[in-house]
Design a protein around this ligand. Structure first.
Ligand code: PLP
Length: 358
């Protein structure tokens, strides 16, 4: 199948094959990685190696911790304000779409929040210009959503927030392009788009964020505990971390983040060209300046035609092209693991569908 699912999403074929090969017996230990103790030397080594690979590939400088947590991006929406939003402070949010909205709603449960920029008036077809953003001294942190998976918009550059900690939800574009990590106090991402299967959430946290945190939060929701215990406070999602390890090795073998970005742009260009070159038969949802290279959203003249498109695409081996139920339309998710050939086949199918239906 040509897998354009938004998440859980495609995994590299080579990774699945490697996992299959090692499923029953992991590295000569007589059992599966799923069956070993997380206190074993084998898992400790896997845990360390996966952190090191993440640091190496992403160019994470000294002074940051890489954590493997559970509960998905959604649990981070709550953990962030629980840990970092103190009484008397305000948490600043940029409202760019459905996921930014969910993050904001959770923060409101814990303290003062402010929407400091929003593209709601533009129906989330843009990312607000944050170049002149002024954040008050009382700002606990600024939260942004790097890539809006549902609407299909993506930051082209990240804001400078000076001494205010910048926290980013990178759930749907982590490791899709090189990033200057030193801009961020915290990056988080559920694994199930670019990193591996669901079940593990990667948190990259600057160590100074761990100072002076509130004590009255449940143990499992304290960053401090997970950092102190090297992500081994309780039983970690061993198999998911193992899969992330294989995906990181695959990225490394395939040229790292520069190569990922080049390939992702080429792939997305194929589909955006099919949209823009269709004379209005297909129309892109997002302003071209903010288009995502991970989630390509587009519409057709009416919902009937969109339904027909989805049905025929499925019959032709394309999976996951229906837009999110909250916004409708069509969406092709072109994460790292989606091959160029799949995007080429989709662009050809789109041209052919247009010919047959105009
Ligand atoms: N943030 C973004 C940008 C997402 O796309 C998603 C899920 O699709 C989430 C957060 C929520 O992640 P999870 O399902 O891991 O809680």
């Amino acid at each position: 199948a040509y897998n354009f699912n938004a998440g859980p999403a495609a995994l590299p074929l080579e990774v699945l094959q490697k996992a299959q090969e090692q499923l029953v017996e992991y590295q000569g230990i007589g059992m599966s990685i799923m069956e070993i103790s997380h206190r074993s030397s084998q898992y400790e080594q896997l845990n360390e190696e996966t952190q090191s690979l993440m640091k190496e590939l992403f160019g994470i400088p000294d002074g940051y911790k890489v954590l493997f947590l559970q509960g998905g991006g959604s649990t981070q929406f709550a953990m962030i304000p629980m840990n970092f939003l103190k009484a008397g402070k305000t948490a600043a949010y940029v409202h760019t779409g459905s996921w930014a909205d969910k993050a904001l709603k959770e923060a409101k449960l814990f303290g003062e929040t402010a929407v400091v920029a929003s593209s709601e008036a533009d129906k989330f077809t843009k990312i607000p210009d944050l170049s002149g953003l002024q954040l008050g001294e009382n700002t606990a942190y600024l939260h942004i959503t790097s890539n809006e998976t549902i609407e299909g918009s993506q930051y082209q550059q990240y804001p400078d927030t000076g001494s205010v900690p910048l926290i980013v939800d990178m759930s749907s574009d982590i490791l899709s392009r090189p990033v200057d990590i030193s801009k961020f106090a915290m990056i988080y991402a559920g694994a199930q788009k670019n990193l591996g299967p669901s079940g593990v959430t990667v948190v990259i946290l600057r160590e100074d964020m761990l100072e002076d945190l509130p004590k009255n939060i449940p143990t499992m929701l304290k960053y401090e505990i997970h950092a102190k215990n090297n992500s081994l406070y309780n039983t970690p999602p061993v198999y998911s971390v193992y899969m992330v390890n294989l995906v990181l090795k695959w990225i490394k073998e395939n040229g790292g983040l520069e190569a990922m970005e080049r390939r992702n742009r080429e792939k997305a260009d194929l589909i955006y060209q099919a949209i823009d070159g269709s004379g209005g038969f297909y129309s892109g949802v997002v302003d071209p300046a903010y288009r995502s290279i991970m989630n390509i959203t587009f519409r057709m003249k009416d919902e009937e035609l969109e339904k027909k498109f989805v049905k025929e695409s499925e019959a032709n081996g394309f999976v996951g092209l229906k837009g999110h139920r909250s916004v409708g339309g069509l969406r092709a998710s072109t994460y790292n693991a989606v091959p160029y050939e799949a995007c080429k086949a989709l662009a050809e199918f789109m041209a052919d569908f247009q010919k047959r239906n105009s």
